[in-house]
Design a protein around this ligand. Structure first.
Ligand code: FE2
Length: 279
């Protein structure tokens, strides 16, 4: 479905009320399948020596460098439970990956044209961004049995601007259900303040969280007022940067592949200590 003029007035009303919007059938099944296939091929081609980097004793520092340098690269991140104590993979490489980040949108010949299509920009513009900048992408595998949970967070913690501007487009490439770890959102939660921001430590390596508002995020339950966002493959979920959301671990036999894009408004200030450095 093309969205050359962005979201409708009714959709915008819904988004402003809830902080999220679910748009079924935005991406064709064929396109979903081609993106899933591309991600599988990228993992197949992954050099096994990269795997060993993650199982050395220097894991923390190496992980920091691997993460902090990923803003303009295609890098692979493993599930926490992927490795045995001796550093070898517990299961097949393809079933051990957590995500690919954070620049498929600019570095990959299949994901780049998908990510930069005009209709996505039109959606972001219709939500009020004056100078939309696509700054980050993630391919999320949520593999069978091992796919980890994502703790409750606000996306603006990780893509902070003044004022807050980040918007997320989250695409279900496979059906996301209660069983395989669909998103959960707190309707209206985007009206609350940003709790913290994630920054590079000054002068040294590593990262930390800077507290902004002492009020904790609402307690997580898989019950009201939280809402599960079950989504068939091809569904777009639009997420406000302040909306608290999370997803559960996938203990089911079915994967839950998804792809997300994050945009900030370049009319807003982008601090230089944000973890994601921009060129
Ligand atoms: Fe998120």
């Amino acid at each position: 479905m093309m969205r050359e003029s962005g979201l409708s007035a009714a959709e915008l009303d819904q988004f402003r009320r809830d902080g999220y919007l679910v748009v079924p059938d935005l991406v064709s099944r064929d396109t979903c399948a081609s993106l899933v296939e591309r991600a599988r091929n990228l993992v197949d081609a992954l050099d096994p020596s990269v795997v060993s980097i993650f199982s050395t004793q220097e894991q923390t520092r190496t992980s920091d460098d691997h993460f902090l340098g990923s803003g303009d690269k295609v890098r692979f991140f493993f599930e926490e439970e992927a490795f045995l104590p001796d550093g070898s993979l517990r299961q097949a490489k393809a079933d051990s990956i957590n995500k690919i980040g954070h620049a498929l949108h600019s570095q990959d010949p299949v994901f780049e044209p998908f990510s930069t299509q005009r209709s996505f920009l039109a959606i972001i513009s219709s939500l009020g961004q004056k100078k939309p900048a696509l700054v980050q992408s993630m391919y999320i595998f949520k593999n069978p049995h091992i796919g980890g949970d994502v703790a409750c967070h606000q996306d603006a913690t990780f893509l902070y601007t003044e004022p807050t501007s980040v918007l997320g487009l989250w695409f279900a490439l496979e059906d996301a259900t209660l069983d395989n770890g669909c998103l959960w959102a707190l309707p209206g939660g985007h009206h609350e303040p940003l709790r913290k921001r994630f920054v590079r430590n000054s002068g040294g390596s590593g990262t930390s969280f800077l507290p902004l508002d002492p009020q904790p995020l609402p307690p997580v339950t898989t019950a009201a007022p939280w809402v599960p966002l079950e989504a068939k493959a091809g569904t777009l979920v639009v997420l406000h940067g302040l909306l608290p959301h999370f997803s559960c671990a996938n203990r089911s036999p079915r994967s839950r592949h998804a792809y997300s894009l994050h945009y900030v408004d370049d009319a807003c200030r982008y601090p230089t200590d944000n973890w994601l450095q921009r060129n």
